[in-house]
Design a protein around this ligand. Structure first.
Ligand SMILES: *[C@@H]1O[C@H](CO)[C@@H](O)[C@H](O)[C@H]1NC(C)=O
Ligand SMILES: *[C@@H]1O[C@H](CO)[C@@H](O)[C@H](O)[C@H]1NC(C)=O
Ligand SMILES: *[C@@H]1O[C@H](CO)[C@@H](O)[C@H](O)[C@H]1NC(C)=O
Ligand SMILES: *[C@@H]1O[C@H](CO)[C@@H](O)[C@H](O)[C@H]1NC(C)=O
Ligand SMILES: CC(=O)N[C@H]1CO[C@H](CO)[C@@H](O)[C@@H]1O
Length: 465
């Protein structure tokens, strides 16, 4: 690993906090090189005898894209009730609240997403309570997915507790996504901080994503040269025009282990009392240490401990390209695991809806994602996991920041398990809108979460860890 010295770390920190300014630069200059995190990192150094850290390398995201793993490409589309009843006889209309009041089933199309978060399968491997806990999490998903019959399930991280798993991470991964898989419901995943900490084989993020894709998911490998692995987007198409109506932006919020390092390798790198400064750096990965079975893919992935400026730049540029020439921006949502710090600010400053029974354990550094959302203007709602006691939504600027609902019996907390649902509704030729609610394992739905007004005497000052 290349050591980034402290002065450079501070420099990086300052640059990242100037991300607003960087976006102004992004908007006005081409080509774009946001290289601050990668200065003094020599990407092509496979030769250990030539360990020169001082070659500047300008790293742009569009150099390398992993293509050998074929995600599910069957297009996801908004569907009308008649599309549903012809494809599935069990789907009952009364379970699907619609915002439209159209008398014609074919004039309204809907897309429903259930967010499952923090199931923590495998937490109790080798215990007597572990299998029961996992069976409980499976039951929660079975209940909620049978009730909601969504068009997509998004898993927002901590599907497994990798750090407690000895050998078979992929088996637990399959338990997590298996309910959706068995029910024939499309699914996609992003990583949390516990998904890649397993010992032994098949436990790295790279392995898990490869496995997830092999099972038929809509997950994708992000570009190889931006930090993290699960950085991608999913387009959802209009039923009538085939235009992209909805975009889901998926981000790898990092932490845990590095994408391709098994735990044993990474343990050697860990220092006691890893301080904030060290956490803020982006680490280099030496391809010679990759032990994944997929090491034929010759470009490494980088570690990350938050959503970095380069991931933000990837979003910004990809969105610009995707939307170039479009009359209207699609409606977009973003999913990731660890909240950005605007979650803390929105609870401090705005009336929010729902509970904050944890503090907000937000990302230690702001890579500028929120400002990029505002700048592009497509993302109207973000939903995360990570803090099991939190399920609130609050409007910060023009972006609704929401938590999902702890879905698993794994992980801390005994708050009633549930899931957040987002339902998009479009009238034929008309506007598109969305609703969100919580559905619990009891089958109850909560459409209007209780308001919480800001308490200026007790603001949360910084992200808890
Ligand atoms: C499993 O769920 C049942 C019913 O909610 C509960 O009583 C039990 O304690 C749970 N067991 C574990 C290990 O989570
Ligand atoms: C894990 O795998 C290793 C090597 O394949 C094996 O020696 C060990 O017995 C396994 N442990 C468990 C708990 O299955
Ligand atoms: C690792 O994954 C491969 C391919 O998915 C599988 O054949 C193998 O059994 C897995 N190994 C373990 C120990 O789970
Ligand atoms: C994973 O391995 C452990 C230890 O061998 C075993 O007890 C457990 O049943 C396995 N889990 C699955 C899902 O196969
Ligand atoms: C167990 C617990 O602390 N519950 C609280 C969670 O947050 C809601 C909303 O702020 C409170 O009403 C609960 O008492």
């Amino acid at each position: 690993m290349v050591k980034i010295n402290q002065s450079i770390s501070i420099y990086i920190f300052i640059l990242l906090n100037l991300s607003c300014l960087l976006f102004v630069a992004v908007a006005t200059t081409t080509p774009v090189h946001l290289n601050s995190e990668f200065e003094n990192i020599n990407i092509n150094n496979n030769n250990n005898n030539n360990n020169n850290d001082n070659n500047n390398f300008y790293y742009t995201y569009d150099n390398y894209v992993t293509t050998q793993y074929k995600s599910n490409t069957h297009p996801l589309k908004l569907k009308s009730n008649s599309d549903r009843s012809s494809s599935s006889s069990s789907s009952s209309k009364k379970d699907k609240p619609t915002t439209g009041s159209s008398s014609d089933d074919d004039d309204v199309a809907i897309f429903k997403i259930v967010q499952i978060t923090d199931t923590h399968f495998g937490e109790g491997e080798g215990t007597d309570w572990g299998p029961e806990q996992d069976a409980n999490s499976t039951r929660v998903m079975e209940t909620i997915l049978a009730l909601e019959q969504p068009d997509l399930v998004v898993f927002t991280g901590d599907l497994i507790t990798g750090n407690n798993i000895i050998n078979n991470s992929t088996d637990y991964w399959k338990m997590a996504v298996g309910v959706a898989m068995k029910m024939g419901i499309p699914w996609a995943t992003v990583f949390g901080n516990h998904d890649d900490l397993a010992s032994g084989v098949n436990g790295t993020k790279f392995d898990l994503l490869e496995y997830d894709i092999s099972l038929g998911s809509y997950s994708q490998f992000g570009p190889n040269n931006i930090p993290g692995v699960s950085n991608y987007y999913i387009p959802i198409y209009d039923k009538w025009t085939n235009d992209i109506e909805v975009v889901l932006w998926m981000f790898d919020s990092g932490d845990g282990e590095c994408p391709r390092f098994p735990k044993e390798e990474k343990e050697k790198e860990k220092k006691p009392n890893q301080n904030q400064q060290e956490k803020e750096k982006v680490e280099w990965m030496d391809p010679s240490r990759i032990t994944s079975s997929s090491s034929s893919d010759n470009v490494p992935y980088l570690c990350n401990f938050y959503i970095t400026g380069n991931q933000v730049l990837w979003y910004y540029q990809t969105a610009k390209e995707l939307y170039a020439g479009a009359d209207n921006l699609p409606l977009a949502f973003a999913y990731f695991h660890v909240p950005i710090r605007q979650y803390m600010w929105v609870w401090n400053q705005q009336t929010c809806y729902g509970s904050n029974n944890d503090s907000v354990a937000c990302q230690a550094v702001d890579g500028g994602l929120y400002y990029a959302f505002e700048s592009i203007g497509d993302v109207k709602m973000v939903s995360v996991g990570h803090n099991h006691g939190n399920d609130y939504c609050g409007l910060f600027g023009s972006v609704e920041l929401c938590y999902g609902r702890h879905s698993g019996y794994g992980g801390y907390g005994t708050w009633e398990r549930g899931a957040r649902v987002i339902q998009v509704t479009k009238q034929k030729g008309g506007p598109i809108s969305y609703d969100t609610w919580l559905t619990f394992e009891t089958g109850e739905r909560l459409y209007h979460q209780p308001p919480h007004h800001p308490d200026p005497s007790h603001p949360q000052q910084s992200c808890t860890s």
